[in-house]
Write a protein that binds this ligand. Structure first.
Ligand SMILES: Nc1ncnc2c1ncn2[C@@H]1O[C@H](COP(=O)(O)OP(=O)(O)OP(=O)(O)O)[C@@H](O)[C@H]1O
Length: 765
């Protein structure tokens, strides 16, 4: 027996690995009491002993690679798979008993069932598990761990079982990630590849991830070392699981409705170490500081020291009580958990018992094989595992919680759901706010519309008020205009009254002149004038009318009183007087027409302006036009008056010429209706009133003086009577002629012309 490391022979395997529950081959068992009864009877005591000292959690198996020459039964080696015994006969003879010894005929499936299947199950249940292969280069480590397409190794089979277990365990949910793959070569030492852990959801995906890592490993090996065994390959699968909601939970609850329990995290490490023979032989490489050799040597050293000594706390220590040098290499650092007893461990050592060719090669090969067996024996004897189920990490607190990806994911999911809820609430709130804003906007819009409507109404009201104000202003202005016009009209009316008054004055003066003359024609003229004047109405009494009528008759008879032979001159004077009377009548008629026109204009203006407030400004033009027409009529009347003046002047000139030609004519006092022409002219020229100005005075100044002298003579003779006011009249000579109570209107053309001119000038103003 080689160095006494292998103390417990592994029982022969009895079952295949095709079935999930067929894992019952190992002589070592994990801390499952029910498993003990299933083991072969001869190994029960040893297994119980292993369980008691914690060695039951460590499985050490040896696989013998077939000999390429077909010599699977070398004379120095005896392999008994059933007894899990390898015996070497020769210089270093001995029996090496392990938990499992696989013959050359055993395939990968069987190897997996014996060394890893149950471990994988335990990992799925919450244990940490480590499976690594150790052996000489070319002895079938990779073949056993990875296998081939037709004969998958431990890793693919473990992956298959992992997903099978997940499918068969609906009460829990799992999360798998290929976390770390340590690579170690002579140049870079141990390094992680890939550096990024990946979540895997299917065996194919996990295998693809592993294949990428293996490809990287091979590339590195090709670059730095032609031999792939110069590096390690570590596949570490982290399994997180937690209990699901009851089966009747809805699909949504199955995803998110987790029970309040924590997340269980376990790790399955599958390691394909570099060729151990180099670590054992190549001192040269060790002196070069080979990381690979150092790791393997450190691993061997650690394993060799595991059970030799314990520290004061009972933890593995070296003989000096010092801590084991796990940190001397990254490999031992990685495997520290497994080697220190916190993990289930399964060690597969591969050997090749066949011929290595030459004798030297055969000796080297045998020595290396023996070293592998010794390593396995030490591992079997020294590694004590007290692996327990990993504690469920509750919540996210602490480092453990932070390391739990599932918990992190759960928390992240919860947080995302919270955010989603918040977003949904926010969205709802936003929607609500949007609705509120819409309502608010609608209200604001409505308010704006109302405000606009009110503003519009106010504007309309203001416009209406403005229009009203403008209308009032216009009306006011119109009233002002009308007032101005009315004032003019009223003034016109006042002027009319005034004019009537003045006319009455004129009439009074005329009556005085007529009284002086005592001619019925004057009375007739007076009556005509009085018809349009207040004074005239006063003078239009029945007595006076009767007197007037009588006067007319008397006028006809009075001619004979002045029958002095100057009848023609008297007749001419009468004709002139008659003509003057006609002119006066014509002037009176014109005055009446002018007065009527002014009244009509005033009436139309008053009716037009006072009857409607909406008078157009254009109507002023009609008034103005009417006024202009009246002014034009007045101007025409003035022109006619001027014509009459010129006619009178011509008549006076003719009378003077005749008087000059006929000499002095004796005045016939019997002819009162036939006063001398000079008297008539005197009267007509307002003698004894102030003489007319201008050409009129100069035209007949001498003649008038003569006539004045004649009138004075007749007054002295009693034929004419001068009143106290200066007017002259024919002396009263009998009862048949009532003296006039009021002065008869006399012809005072010049004075009337002046009045008309004054009236016209006032109208123009
Ligand atoms: N049990 C076996 N049955 C059939 N062929 C095997 C077996 N074991 C190994 N081989 C073959 O032996 C060769 C070397 O095997 P493998 O590469 O697995 O050795 P290794 O120990 O991994 O070497 P290294 O340390 O260099 O990686 C391979 O071609 C492989 O197919």
């Amino acid at each position: 027996m080689s160095d006494g490391l292998i103390s417990v022979a592994s029982p022969p395997q009895s079952r295949s690995s095709s079935a999930q529950d067929s894992y019952s081959t190992s002589a070592t068992t994990y801390d499952d009491p029910l498993e003990a009864s299933t083991a072969p009877g001869g190994a029960i005591a040893d297994k119980r002993a292993s369980k008691q000292d914690g060695k039951g959690n460590v499985i050490v198996s040896v696989r013998v690679r077939p000999d390429l020459t077909g010599n699977d039964n070398p004379k120095d080696w005896e392999v008994d798979p059933k007894k899990a015994l390898i015996s070497h006969h020769g210089r270093e003879s001995g029996d090496y008993c392990y938990d499992n010894v696989f013959a050359t005929s055993d395939d990968n499936s069987r190897v997996y069932d014996c060394i890893a299947k149950r471990l994988v199950r335990r990992v799925m249940e919450g244990y940490h598990g480590t499976v690594f292969a150790y052996g000489m280069t070319g002895t079938g480590k990779t073949f056993s761990m990875q296998g081939t397409a037709s004969s998958p190794g431990v890793i693919p089979l473990a992956i298959t079982d992992i997903f099978s277990y997940i499918r068969e365990t609906p009460s829990r949910e799992f999360l798998l990630r290929d976390e770390i793959k340590l690579r170690e070569d002579s140049k870079r030492g141990v390094y992680a590849s890939p550096l990024k852990e990946e979540i895997v959801q299917s065996p194919t995906q996990l295998l693809r991830v592993i294949a990428r890592g293996d490809q990287a490993r091979r590339t590195a090996s090709t670059q730095f070392n032609s031999r792939s065994s110069r590096s390690h390959a570590v596949v570490q699968i982290v399994v997180e699981s937690r209990e699901r909601m009851p089966g009747n939970a809805s699909a949504e609850n199955k995803r998110g409705g987790l029970l309040p329990g924590g997340v269980r995290v376990s790790t399955l490490s599958l390691i394909d170490l570099a060729g151990s023979e180099k670590a054992a032989e190549s001192k040269e490489r060790r002196t070069e500081g080979s990381h690979i050799n150092k790791s393997l040597l450190t691993l061997g050293t650690v394993i060799a020291k595991l059970s030799e000594h314990k520290d004061k706390d009972g933890k593995p220590a070296d003989k000096d009580g010092k801590h084991l040098p796990y940190r001397d290499s990254k490999l031992t650092r990685l495997l520290q958990g497994a080697l220190s007893g916190n993990s289930l461990v399964s060690i597969l050592c591969t050997i090749q018992t066949g011929s290595a060719g030459t004798a030297a090669a055969a000796n080297t090969h045998t020595a290396e094989t023996l070293n592998t067996l010794k390593f396995a024996s030490r591992a079997k004897n020294n590694i004590v595992s007290h692996a327990k189920k990993a504690e469920e990490a509750l919540g996210a607190g602490g480092d453990g919680g932070a390391r739990v990806l599932l918990e992190r994911y759960r928390m992240e999911i919860a947080e995302l759901r919270s955010q989603l809820d918040c977003q949904a609430k926010g969205k709802k709130k936003t929607d609500d706010l949007s609705d509120e804003e819409k309502v608010k906007n609608a209200e604001e819009e409505k308010a704006r519309e109302l405000e606009a409507e009110q503003r519009h109404e106010e504007q309309m009201l203001e416009m209406q008020l403005a229009r009203t104000a403008l209308k009032e202003r216009i009306d006011h202005l119109n009233r002002l205009i009308l007032s101005s016009k009315s004032t003019g009209v009223n003034r016109s009316g006042s002027y009319s009254s005034l004019a009537n008054s003045r006319f009455s004055q004129i009439s009074t003066r005329s009556s005085m002149t007529a009284s002086n003359s005592g001619r019925p024609g004057m009375e007739r003229t007076s009556s005509m004038t009085s018809a349009s004047s207040t004074v005239g109405r006063r003078s239009s009494g029945g007595k006076r009318q009767s007197g007037g009528e009588a006067s007319i008759m008397e006028d006809e008879d009075s001619v004979g009183e002045f029958g002095d032979g100057n009848a023609s001159l008297a007749a001419q004077n009468r004709a002139l007087q008659s003509d003057l009377a006609d002119k006066n009548r014509y002037i009176t008629t014109l005055e009446k027409r002018l007065l009527q026109a002014r009244r009509a204009s005033s009436s139309r203006t008053s009716v037009g302006f006072g009857g409607s407030k909406n008078i157009l400004v254009g109507e002023d033009h009609s008034v103005s036009t009417l006024l202009k027409e009246k002014d034009a009529e007045i101007a025409e009347l003035r022109a006619r008056i001027d014509d009459k003046d010129r006619m009178l002047a011509a008549l006076r000139s003719v009378a003077r010429s005749r008087e000059t030609a006929e000499g002095t004519v004796a005045f016939d006092p019997r002819a009162p209706l036939s006063p001398p022409p000079s008297a008539t002219l005197l009267s007509s020229q307002q003698t004894p009133f102030p003489p007319m100005k201008g050409s009129r005075k100069s035209a007949g100044g001498d003649d008038l003086k003569i006539l004045d002298d004649m009138i004075s003579d007749r007054i002295e003779s009693g034929q004419l009577v001068r009143s106290s006011r200066g007017s002259v009249r024919i002396a009263y000579d009998g009862p048949l002629r009532d003296p006039p109570t009021e002065p008869l209107p006399t012809l005072d053309l010049a004075h009337k012309q002046e009045q008309l001119k004054q009236q016209a000038s006032i109208q123009e103003v």
